[in-house]
Design a protein around this ligand. Structure first.
Ligand code: CTP
Ligand code: MG
Length: 228
């Protein structure tokens, strides 16, 4: 396929502190990673590269094969790096020659609906070089100083919360990584720093990132509610 999805799952999950690297923490009888991959395989057909902590390659392949269906041959697993950005670079190094469009997705966004993948791919097909799903910010946001005093109100209508999967022309993402002079927390920031415009499509509340214990509880409750 000309499309690839890099699923970054190589983080340790320090804030979750779930007893295993975050992607390998259970949501129900299945891991966060396996739920994420179910969404990836329900989305447009793609090469899938899963980036995991060293030593977890076998466990990741087992999860991937359980949900890959007839896309089994499109899956590979590689080990990641110390930062998210280096894990993305490790994933890019595993892409097939025919891939020209790449999505990067956080495994920690375990319940991302397939429709979000479809919207990102559609924007790339329509000619965008870089596209991310985003949702409106619901909280009232303040800029604060080091002491916590409010410095300024920030107009919420000018803000959006960035999600994944984030989609790019392969060459643009590769070049942005090569020329990166700082570590960025998402790929859109990296590509924007390299001078490329990034557009947004509608994200989804269900794509929230499992970061802390309460996020894990929320994901577990949503799955329990959805169960027959
Ligand atoms: N990630 C990665 N490699 C890293 C760091 C993060 O592949 N060195 C991945 C995580 O596995 C996760 C996504 O990037 O799917 C978003 O990162 P985050 O939510 O911060 O996860 P962790 O870094 O694992 O969590 P924490 O920051 O709490 O340690
Ligand atoms: Mg992190």
């Amino acid at each position: 396929p000309r499309l690839a999805v890099i699923v970054v799952a190589a983080g340790s999950g320090t804030r979750l502190n779930g007893g295993a690297p975050k992607a390998f923490v259970g949501l129900d009888e299945h891991t966060i990673l396996r739920h994420s991959l179910s969404g990836v395989f329900a989305a447009p057909r793609a090469q899938v590269v899963v980036v995991v902590p060293s030593g977890f390659e076998g466990a990741a392949l087992t999860d991937a094969h359980a949900v890959a269906g007839d896309r089994r041959d499109l899956v590979s697993v590689v080990s990641g790096g110390a930062t998210r950005q280096s894990s993305v670079a490790a994933g890019l190094a595993a892409l097939r020659a025919d891939v020209d469009t790449v999505l990067v997705h956080d495994a920690a966004r375990a319940l991302t609906p397939p429709a979000v993948f479809e919207r990102v791919v559609a924007a790339l097909d329509a000619g965008a070089d870089a596209v991310i799903p985003a949702v409106p910010v619901v909280d009232t946001i303040k800029r604060v100083d080091a002491e916590g005093a409010i410095v300024a109100a920030v107009d919420r209508s000018e803000l959006a919360a960035a999600q994944t999967p984030q989609g790019f022309r392969r060459g643009i993402l590769e070049e942005a990584l090569r020329s990166a002079d700082a570590d960025h927390t998402d790929d859109a920031a990296l590509v924007a720093a390299a001078g490329h415009p990034v557009i947004t499509v509608a994200g989804d509340a269900a794509s929230f990132k499992i970061t802390t214990g309460p996020d894990l509880d929320r994901a577990r409750a949503l799955l329990a509610d959805a169960a027959p």
